[in-house]
Structures are given as C-alpha cells and as structure tokens.
Design a protein around this ligand. Structure first.
Ligand SMILES: [Zn+2]
Ligand SMILES: [Zn+2]
Length: 249
C-alpha cells in the first residue's frame, strides 16, 4: 500500500526515535545487538563493549594496573588534573556517535550520557564539580548541525551545573580531523575564551569539561588552559570515547 507523501513526512525514521521511546518508558530495540524489547543500548552490550579499563589519570590512555599515569604525562604534565573516558573510540561506539553527531539523531544524548555517568570516578567528579562545561562549537558549526552534541551530554550529566555560555568559542577553526597534534594546537590558538563578565565565577572552582570524542586532546587542553588562566582551581575532562593507537578519528 502506498502512503501519500504528506503522511510519511509526519514520522521520523525509526532509528531517530528509539532513544526517545526509552525516555517515555516504552520498549525499544538495542541499537547494537538488535534484541527486543531492550534499552537503546542493552546491558549485555554495555558490559561487552564498554568494559572499564585501567587508564592514565590525566590522558585516559590504557596503562598497566600498577601505575597511575603514563610516561608521557609524567614527563610533560597535561593541563588536565583528571581525564576520564567511558569507552574507546571503536566499534560500535564510532557508529553510534556518528548517528548522534552527524545524522541529526540528538535523542541519543540520554543513553550516551548514562554510559558516561557509569564510568569509574565520573559520578564523584561530577558531584564535586562547581561547573560542567561543554566544549563549545563555533557559530558556523552550530548552525550547520543545529545542536552542540557536547552541550546535550553536559546538560544530561548535570542539569544544574551545566553552562553553555561560560566557556566560549570566539574563533572558528578549520576541521581538526586531518591535522597532526602540533597543528591542531596551533589551529586552536585563540579559539576559546571565558566570558569576561563571568571570570569571578571560576575563581578557585572545580570544572568538568565535557566532550564527545577525545583524539589528540588538543581542544580539551586548549580549553583547560583558558579556564586555568581565568582562575579555575581543578579541571577534569569527561569524554564519551577516546581514540587509542590505530583508531581512525
Ligand atoms: Zn545489545
Ligand atoms: Zn597519560
């Protein structure tokens, strides 16, 4: 049977509403293993694909159980006091993040924020924070996408402490994706600033920076430096996925 065109236009594609169904308490299908009825990401898939791993406390790369920081961080301490990631940037998260970020499926913010919240130390870190700040997008990127994926996560993680206007993106930068780390840092110089009328709100405060994917860490490091200059006392990063050697981001 053929539906008239106007009729099909009334409905979103099923994948787009899956997380929203869960928010309403309705059963849905797991986006990874397709079992039904399930949460948008089922518990079995979370324990299979998002096993907590021992990671460096300041760059979140996997390290041996016996140490707290990796050699690179010991040698040259990064501007983050703590860095946490929910998962590695690998299958199936790469696909889910692409749906969330590039295919207008903003409804994934809830299930993905839940995954971030269950990262070891994430709850304590959020609890102790004064501010939970997303990495801001440039105005151009924001108008293209229609939403900042990191802001949606930050708001889910801590509705009262999340703020999208304290840390600002004041300069648009070309896409970071193809650049090596040194060039990424140069590319980001002057990209972030703290709202000059609100610097007093950062004095001696604890901040959690939220981002979806951490690759070289250039954006998080640049944002952390700006926050530190404005007076923040402790800066953590909480990301959804972290690339490791060999991952393509
Ligand atoms: Zn599943
Ligand atoms: Zn490290």
């Amino acid at each position: 049977m053929m539906w008239p065109r106007w009729f099909s236009g009334l409905f979103l594609k099923p994948a787009a509403w899956l997380p929203k169904r869960a928010a309403l308490g309705l059963p849905s299908r797991c986006a990874i293993c397709h079992s039904w009825p399930q949460a948008p990401i089922c518990d079995a898939c979370i324990s299979r694909f998002a096993q907590p791993q021992h990671r460096c406390s300041t760059c979140a790369l996997p390290i041996a159980q016996s140490v707290r920081q990796c050699g690179a961080c010991l040698k040259s301490p990064p501007p983050l006091d703590l860095c946490l990631t929910a998962t590695r940037y690998s299958w199936p998260w790469v696909d889910l993040i692409a749906r969330y970020k590039f295919r207008q499926q903003a409804g994934w913010d809830g299930p993905l924020a839940t995954l971030m919240q269950s990262t070891p130390w994430a709850e304590d870190t959020l609890e102790e924070a004064d501010w939970v700040l997303p990495i801001p997008l440039s105005a151009r990127r924001l108008s293209e996408r229609g939403y900042n994926q990191s802001w949606l996560l930050a708001r889910r993680l801590s509705p009262c402490k999340a703020d999208a206007h304290l840390l600002l993106r004041i300069r648009d930068t070309p896409s970071q994706r193809t650049l090596p780390r040194a060039e990424r840092l140069a590319n980001l110089a002057g990209a972030f600033a703290v709202d000059p009328l609100r610097t007093s709100q950062l004095q001696g405060r604890r901040v959690v920076l939220v981002d979806d994917v951490m690759t070289s860490g250039a954006s998080l490091h640049m944002a952390a430096r700006v926050l530190r200059q404005a007076g923040a006392a402790h800066i953590s990063a909480l990301v959804l996925a972290r690339t490791e050697a060999g991952d393509d981001a």
